[in-house]
Design a protein around this ligand. Sequence first.
Ligand code: PSU
Ligand code: MN
Length: 306
Amino acid sequence: MNAPHPELVLTEEVAQALNDGTPIVALESTIISHGMPFPQNVEMATEVERIIREEGAVPATIAVLAGRPRIGLDGDDLHLLATSPDISKISTRDLAYTVSKGHHGATTVASTMRLAALAGIPVFVTGGIGGVHRGAERSYDVSADLTELSRTNVAVISAGVKSILDIGLTLESLETLGVPVVAYGTDEFPAFFSRISGHTAPMTLGTPAEIAAMMAAKWRLGLSGGVAIVNPIPEADEIPAAEINVIIDQALADMDAKGIRGKDATPFLLGRIVEITNGASLTANIALVNNNARLGAQVAREFAAL
Ligand code: PSU
Ligand code: MN
């Protein structure tokens, strides 16, 4: 194992795991600071780490705190991310600014991938990835998560994308960028709250070992960039597409009426959906993140064993 990158601050547990070749699962922090309300956000962050340990891997939640990229956080750090108003949402473009100013930042899928890669962690678990927003032909709002998936060698396990995005255009864009999209145990591309999106997944794999083998094959071939592994929400926790899509349309209309755009769009929509569903969407969101954490730890174990 090479020495850790000098800009990164690793916890003892993560440093040890990197040194020993113990499987590690990276986790993002925008989902904590801007994706869920307090206290469910910190409870979710803690539970996800517990699940990953239970599955025999080491969790590494990633954020920038006081200008230092942190790989692995303690309970106080998670609490700060969950409660402080001084935590910006930072994507790849924001990393250098946040570090040079000594600020705090909650990392998105894009910036978490980048920091995970810098630390040498190839598996990353989240809830949903960003994508092509509805109306992107006018707004140009396409998440930097897609750009990062095209260039950074990290596998990202999510529950797909919710229909706040244009799912069809997101899949087209990932194809153009050369990013394999692999659905776990289903032919259907999952739509976050629901197992059904109406779009067929480009590829299907049925076991964590098969997923690990595909990641290894990709990188052996010198095909740089990530792998999007999409894991459908468990049936028991699903909100049917017909039900959630009406709510999402409402949230999108509210966003347009308020003129909210850019990096504030996704956090606004997530918060508004929680409000309109009286918290039902939050329960589903937590369930799917836990489900992804289990799969991610299993994939990390299989990949580490190769
Ligand atoms: N989708 C979710 N929950 C989230 C996010 C997306 O269901 O918390 C967050 C992730 O951090 C993702 C980011 O990387 O939003 C995408 O933001 P944008 O669309 O501004 O790129
Ligand atoms: Mn955007």
